[in-house]
Design a protein around this ligand. Sequence first.
Ligand SMILES: Cc1cc2nc3c(=O)[nH]c(=O)nc-3n(C[C@H](O)[C@H](O)[C@H](O)COP(=O)(O)O)c2cc1C
Ligand code: SF4
Length: 436
Amino acid sequence: MNEHKPLTGRARPDRSPHTLEEWRKLGGYAAVERGLKALSPEQVLDMVDDANLNGRGGAGFPAAKKWRFMPKPGQSPGDGPSYFIVNGDEMEPGAFKDRILLEAVPHQLIEGAILAAYATHSSEIIVLIRDAYRDAIANVTRAIAEAEAAGYLGRNVLGSGFDVKMWVHPSAGRYIVGEETALIEALEGKRAVPRKRPPFPAQSGLWGRPTTVNNVETVSCVSHIVANGAQWFRALSRTEEGGTKVFGVSGRVNRPGIIEAPMGTPAGELIEQAGGVSGTGVLRCFQPGGGASGFLEPDALDVPLDFGNVAKAGSMFGTGTMIVLDQSACPLAVIARHMAFYARESCGWCTPCRDGLPWVAQIMMRLERGEGRMEDLDVLRETVAIAGPRGRTFCDLMGGAMAPLGSGLARFGDLFEAHVREGCCPIAREYGRSAA
Ligand SMILES: Cc1cc2nc3c(=O)[nH]c(=O)nc-3n(C[C@H](O)[C@H](O)[C@H](O)COP(=O)(O)O)c2cc1C
Ligand code: SF4
């Protein structure tokens, strides 16, 4: 195994998955054997805690802290299973990291999910996968069947007394299904809208039972922690936050794609590894954490990319999938595309998001066409102030959408005004092509 790339080091370049036998030859399932035979659920949980594994699905919430909310056997209210759900919905603009982990290394995910279910006293694992990820759905489904046949899933796994079932559920293909409580609603066959909290999923989740939801990448880290120890995992990182990160780099770079690197790797190094800035070769700005993160500029190229440091720099690490704009790319055009996406994906549950986002998207398109008015900028600023802060809407879709808009207005206010004054995109005029 490539120790510096534990998550992607064993993936084949063509992303074809390993059979169970091939995976075992690469050291696969040793962590499951160790975890279930030699460690108690609490010891697995303590290892994940010591490893400082933060959730990779967007918010960076510590995995072990979330797992500790789950009731221990005998403490769970009523009868029935507890659920562990792996979130593979992945529709954030710019994000394509989970796809690789699902398609190319499905046994790694299954190993992590078995250990996570063991630590959270869950007896059923559901992997929700974006419907468009057809190969991922097929590969994970096949790998589950192999693991079941080999006795890693099912009753009394490896003679440990632990029973666990696992299956795949394709998502219907809406961005909101990735929000964990909307995901639970969708699995129950209802309209995918977020639930009120409390109660939190660990208290009352799927079918009212204790439930934990974690991202594909988060779960994929777990077998490595159990196999190699918490200190090993922490030492992979360049900052306090443990592990490597499957970063994504897209937009104006020469080799867009996935790069697994130590947590805390600065953006400048990742852009270099992605072949450097394309187009003019000169960086204008970047979104460090996917479509719902605020813009940073070249003075932030040295910021270590992790949840804490990116927040201090004024943006959000989110999915850790960077979108790069060179000098010939117009941030307004990018924001307009993002707003159209978030407006389309609003679940419609609350008014500022359902009605506000289409309005914002229309204004942005108008500005981009050079048909905007100065008052439009006031409306945009007011919308960011009203609907941007956390808690103003039922879930974080609206706040996330406001992040690029708010930071765009703050950082590129002159450019917004120039679009109105000049009646066109000054960047497109200067570089003579589409600026998005
Ligand atoms: C609109 C919206 C979409 C989301 N989409 C995803 C997603 O596709 N995958 C994901 O893991 N988390 C997504 N999340 C975050 C989940 O609600 C949840 O926090 C996450 O799955 C927890 O996993 P983690 O603790 O391992 O990060 C989304 C959140 C929101 C508000
Ligand atoms: S913020 Fe938007 S996506 Fe989230 S619940 Fe409200 S309407 Fe739905």
